[in-house]
Design a binder for this molecule. Structure first.
Ligand SMILES: [Zn+2]
Length: 178
């Protein structure tokens, strides 16, 4: 039962509650760092239409252009050392803008790498190894490297909570593809 005294107690409790910590706008803060301008340059070089055209080109090559409408592409600034990933259920390619701003020459490769995952999943089912023979065949046909990792500079892109010690001193670490 709620009476005046209960309401007063709730009011007092509300007063004692600490202010919630300020919301952390992770995407905004991620883009407001030194890579901000590099990201602008990247977007100018790789607008949505160019990403689409590159995707269409490889889908044509794979003779699966009918999948073009099913596949989405987006930049995800929350990715850190993963340069790109394929969200299989959503048929979505996500690209890491901070990492690709440093290495714009890798955009097409990453797009093709992830698109190959989506196509393999759609045409060959869930039981196929992610970087196995079938996926490599698609990558080979796209004349892309079928290596699953790269050894490029990811310094400064590690999650902040990672402990500093030994690992922080390794400036070069493998990029991770999904
Ligand atoms: Zn992969």
């Amino acid at each position: 039962m709620v009476n005046e005294s209960t309401i007063a107690q709730i009011a007092r409790f509300e007063e004692r509650k600490p202010w919630p910590s300020p919301p952390r706008f992770r995407i905004i803060s991620a883009m407001a760092d030194a890579s901000d301008r590099a990201f602008d340059v990247l977007l100018a070089e790789w607008p949505a239409e160019r990403l689409r055209a590159a995707l269409d080109e490889v889908l044509e090559l794979w003779e699966v252009i009918d999948l073009r409408a099913a596949i989405g592409i987006r930049w995800n600034s929350r990715l850190r050392t993963t340069i790109g990933r394929a969200l299989l259920d959503d048929m979505l390619v996500e690209l890491n803008p901070r990492l690709l701003a440093r290495h714009p020459e890798q955009v097409r490769h990453v797009l093709v790498h992830e698109a190959a995952h989506l196509v393999v999943r759609r045409l060959h089912g869930a039981g196929v190894a992610p970087h196995g023979k079938i996926w490599k065949a698609y990558m080979g046909r796209a004349e892309e490297s079928s290596r699953a990792t790269h050894d490029l500079d990811v310094s400064g892109l590690r999650a902040r909570r990672r402990r500093p010690a030994a690992k922080a001193r390794r400036r070069r670490s493998p990029w991770r593809f999904w």
